[in-house]
Design a binder for this molecule. Structure first.
Ligand SMILES: C[S@@+](CC[C@H](N)C(=O)[O-])C[C@H]1O[C@@H](n2cnc3c(N)ncnc32)[C@H](O)[C@@H]1O
Length: 211
């Protein structure tokens, strides 16, 4: 890759700034020792949510709520967002983030649970958007479960799809990297889906169910 490409990439990543609410959320993420989606991904989530105009969204991996807030910012007032995370400390931090942003918490269905347990209980073909930013090891499983939830035209968004820049290393067979690789392959090989892998931030997969 040329030096110009690298610097243009870095310019693009730096183009989007966090507001005060997002900055405060990132401090909570730091204290809890977890990541949150960078501003480039947060703005992409807001744009995608606005464009898809979903009535029902599910998010796997609430964390401190940076991605949740980014989705809410693109969501119509009547739309329902379900967000799932097994860690109650993270969910408490996410509630703070949303409250800071003036989002009424009754706009969200917050489920304390694991994606693998909750996703199979959600209604089939009832969601226009699924956003996944949870543990890397579970990704392949969440993706298979998410396809079941999608309506035709619905969109799956996956953050960290490059698994910290390890997916391309054939000798890396760690559980997280293998799961990320399998998730991308699973979507790309499905005839009923159209899939795009973007190098934004730590990698983002966009996959839509054909109409
Ligand atoms: C990288 S953080 C999510 C950050 C969040 N999207 C944000 O932007 O603030 C990953 C989250 O996945 C959650 N997680 C871990 N295992 C999970 C599972 N089995 N199902 C759902 N979420 C899980 C963790 O508790 C953590 O909060």
């Amino acid at each position: 890759m040329s030096a110009d490409k690298r610097s243009a990439w870095s310019y693009a990543e730096g183009f989007h700034a966090d507001d005060d609410v997002m900055l405060a959320a990132r401090e909570r993420a730091f204290d809890l020792g977890i990541d949150s989606v960078p501003a480039s991904v947060a703005t992409a989530l807001t744009v995608l949510t606005t464009a898809v105009a979903p009535s029902h969204v599910v998010e796997v991996g609430t964390g401190v709520g940076v991605s949740t807030l980014a989705i809410v910012r693109g969501l119509a007032p009547h739309a329902a967002l379900t967000t799932i995370d097994p860690d109650v400390e993270h969910l408490r931090a996410a509630r703070e983030t949303l409250t800071d942003a003036g989002v009424p918490l009754n706009r969200l269905r917050v489920i304390a649970g694991r994606g693998q347990d909750v996703l199979p209980r959600l209604t089939k073909s009832a969601y226009e958007m699924v956003v996944i930013d949870a543990d890397r090891e579970g990704l392949a499983e969440y993706v298979e479960m998410s396809v079941r939830l999608l309506r035709p035209g619905g969109l799956i968004v996956i953050n960290d799809a490059l698994a910290a820049d390890t997916v391309q290393q054939p000798t890396n067979r760690s559980a997280g990297t293998t799961s990320a690789r399998n998730a991308a392959r699973y979507l790309a090989e499905r005839d009923d889906m159209v899939t795009h892998l973007s190098p934004v931030a730590d990698g983002m997969i966009l996959a839509t169910r054909k109409r």
